[in-house]
Design a binder for this molecule. Structure first.
Ligand code: SF4
Ligand code: SF4
Length: 56
């Protein structure tokens, strides 16, 4: 299942820079992951300073 970014996101942009398939973009108040593009590599979760990305 694709990763999803929680409301804990502080919009730092670090995850978007690490995503190998560019599935992450800046959304309204937080960053968002395109579930159809995400390959579930976990790089965003490893990079995020606040632990916002997670698999549901
Ligand atoms: Fe991108 Fe990997 Fe995070 Fe999916 S799990 S959004 S592919 S960095
Ligand atoms: Fe949000 Fe974490 Fe991504 Fe930064 S790394 S934009 S806090 S989800």
């Amino acid at each position: 299942m694709a990763y999803k970014i929680s409301d804990e996101c502080i919009s730092c942009g670090a995850c978007a820079a690490q995503c190998p398939v560019s599935a992450i973009s800046e959304g309204d108040g937080k960053y968002v992951i395109d579930a159809d593009t995400c390959i579930e590599c976990g790089a965003c979760a490893d990079t995020c300073p606040v632990g916002a990305p997670a698999q549901e």
